[in-house]
Design a protein around this ligand. Structure first.
Ligand code: C5P
Length: 245
C-alpha cells in the first residue's frame, strides 16, 4: 500500500473525545483537512459501533482508523478482528509483541483493511522499557521497534506504528513493504500542557524521514483554531515531501 497523494490525507486525527456529538462535530469541521479519523478507546467504549457509522456518514471520503490496540490470546484476537472488519474500517491496530497474536490478526487483513502492529508506544522512553522488564539489549526504543517490526512483517501485517525517531531506519529496512504511522507529533513552537508523549518530532521531520501517515491529536484538537492548525501541518508535510524529492 502506498502513501496517499495529497499532504492532508496523511494526517490521522484521533477523535479523542468522550461523546459521539463531539466526534461528529470534529469530523464535520476537519473532513476536508485530514485524511483519516482515528476512533480509539475513549470514544468506542463510550459510544460503541454506532460512532463509526456516524463518523463515516459525516465524512464519507475519510478513512477510519480503529485503534483498539488488541492484545489477547490469538483466538480472542482473531474473533475480535472478525467483528471489527464488519464495521467497515480501514486500519486496525494490535500490539506487536507476540507472533501468534499477530498471525491471528493477519487473517483479518484485506485490500480495504490494513492491520497495523503497535511496536513501542510513543509515550514510553528507555526508562519506561526498563520498568516493564524489557531486556537491556532491547531497552533502546529504536532496537525494540526494529525487533517488533520484524515480527510484524514476518506475521504478514501491512504496517506498523512507531515514533518518528525510528521511522527512517524502518523505511530503510522495509521500504514500502510496511506502511508507517507515527504518533507523537508536535509543532516546533507549541508546547502541550502535561504532555505524556516522549518520543516526539515535527510533522516535517516525521514525513521527511519516511512516515506515510502521522497521528496528530492535541496539536489540532486543543488549538485555538483547529482548522488552521491542520492547514499548518499539511503545509509542513508538503514541504517535507518536496524536500525529499
Ligand atoms: O497528538 P496526541 O499526543 O494527542 O495523539 C495521541 C493519540 O495518538 C492517542 O489517540 C493515542 O492513542 C495515539 N497513539 C500514541 N502512540 C502510539 C499509538 C497511538 O500516542 N504508539
Amino acid at each position: 500500500m502506498t502513501a496517499p497523494d495529497k499532504a492532508h490525507q496523511r494526517i490521522i486525527f484521533p477523535l479523542d473525545v468522550p461523546t459521539k456529538v463531539e466526534a461528529v462535530r470534529f469530523a464535520k469541521l476537519l473532513k476536508d483537512s485530514v485524511g483519516v479519523f482515528k476512533i480509539g478507546l475513549e470514544l468506542f467504549v463510550a459510544e460503541g459501533p454506532s460512532v463509526i457509522e456516524a463518523v463515516k456518514a459525516t465524512a464519507p471520503d475519510a478513512k477510519i482508523f480503529f485503534d483498539m490496540k488488541l492484545h489477547d490470546i490469538p483466538e480472542t484476537v482473531k474473533r475480535a478482528m472478525r467483528s471489527a472488519t464488519k464495521l467497515g474500517v480501514n486500519f486496525i491496530t494490535v500490539h506487536c509483541d507476540n507472533a501468534s497474536l499477530m498471525e491471528a490478526a493477519h487473517e483479518a487483513q484485506s485490500n480495504d483493511c490494513i492491520v497495523l502492529g503497535v511496536t513501542v508506544l510513543t509515550s514510553l522512553s528507555r526508562e519506561g522499557l526498563r520498568e516493564v522488564g524489557i531486556s537491556p539489549e532491547l531497552r533502546d526504543p529504536s532496537k525494540l521497534v526494529m525487533h517488533r517490526a520484524e515480527l510484524a512483517k514476518r506475521a504478514g501485517l501491512g504496517g506498523i506504528v512507531c515514533s518518528a525517531l525510528e521511522v527512517a531506519s524502518i523505511k530503510e529496512r522495509f521500504g514500502s513493504k510496511l506502511v508507517t504511522v507515527t504518533p507523537g507529533i508536535r509543532l516546533a513552537d507549541k508546547k502541550i500542557l502535561n504532555d505524556d508523549q516522549r518520543r516526539v518530532a515535527t510533522p516535517y521531520a516525521a514525513t521527511k524521514d519516511g512516515a506515510d501517515y502521522i497521528v496528530v491529536g492535541r496539536p489540532i484538537r486543543d488549538a485555538e483554531d483547529p482548522l488552521k492548525a491542520a492547514e499548518v501541518i499539511a503545509k509542513e508535510i508538503e514541504e517535507a515531501l518536496t524536500d525529499k524529492k
